[in-house]
Design a protein around this ligand. Sequence first.
Ligand code: NDP
Ligand code: GDR
Length: 355
Amino acid sequence: MTEKTALITGVTGQDGAYLAEFLLEKGYIVHGIKRRSSSFNTERVDHLYRDPQEHECRFFLHFGDLTDATNLIRLIQKVQPDEIYNLAAQSHVQVSFETPEYTANADALGTLRLLEAIRILSLESRTRFYQASTSELFGKVQETPQRETTPFYPRSPYAAAKLYAYWITVNYREAYGIHASNGILFNHESPIRGETFVTRKISRAVAAISLGLQDRIRLGNLDAKRDWGHARDYVDGMWRIVQEETPDDYVLATGETHSVREFVERAFAVIDRSIEWHGHGVDEVGRCSRTGAVLVSIDPRYFRPTEVDLLLGDPTKARERLGWRHTTGFAELVAEMVTSDLKAMRVRPAVRNET
Ligand code: NDP
Ligand code: GDR
């Protein structure tokens, strides 16, 4: 069998890093697109990097951006990928309310630019395409558990942009015969999750509080419920979707849901600390709880103009057709994230808690 070549957009993100590692282990040549940044932004993939001059080098990074069509066309022409995984996105829901136009440009039009590049370069029958679609498409609850046939109702500029990306992927599959598929992935986390998503914000706070670097955590909506899995499992699912003979759209989820409050409780249980919950408007002066419990305060800054209250996925189609199922459960995920942050923070103490 000839060696396959994959191109990953968003390779410097959580999923990009796990996927690059997964594909390299499978013997792929992996090309990733990274953005120019004024500070280092390749920390998650540095361990995979080799000097391109080295004989055995199979991992390559290129500068690029989803908002730059000429760059994408040139890169795809150069790499001639068998598979493109479009993971790049402005992926923060709350930030999308602040930067709606940019989010649409990168997340919606960026997807179109990649699909057009495939057409322009006449790669329709060679290059398979994976689109990182999201459970945020389901938004306002129409049905639970949510499955491939559940109607979409986006609740943020991010979700609206991803809705366009979802449908343009379906349309290019139907119109031009491109092997293009959507993975509708529910939340998935890991020790390398971005620090401003709620799970990692909590696991880092637990570590900082445990080491005496911080004495409280401020959060938004504690009642939101999410179907949280481990990113390692989900990149395996992405690959399985692309290997199917017929392109299609699949939900990847654990089939279990938990509230943000439950995540907090389980995370502090790892360090055996009790919690004192404070509603918003509580005095900010008396900071340490008299009981020695950890303070969790509600901060309206983290509320969203429109919220997604409940996500719970039904991964039956993926299980039956792809043989995919998650392997890491909720408790194990929380413990892994907290333990990893405790270890990291002992070496490099750090407190930063915006967004
Ligand atoms: P991250 O935010 O960790 O990574 C996003 C990646 O996209 C980063 O590499 C980022 O680069 C890159 N990026 C952002 N904007 C651009 C741009 N304009 N041009 C090129 N690259 C860009 O996200 P995740 O790894 O968590 O998610 C991967 C994908 O899956 C995203 O599309 C996300 O929306 C989607 N998704 C994620 C889920 C999850 O629970 N994690 C669930 C469902 C879908 P940089 O490092 O420079 O910021
Ligand atoms: P989400 O993830 O919006 O589901 O999108 P996030 O972790 O940001 O929020 C989950 C829930 O927690 C509530 N919340 C807070 N969220 C953040 N970030 N910070 C807080 O302090 C806080 N307090 C409470 C939120 O309101 C929300 O209900 C993620 C991203 O990875 C998307 O790219 C992806 O598409 C979806 O998951 C599936």
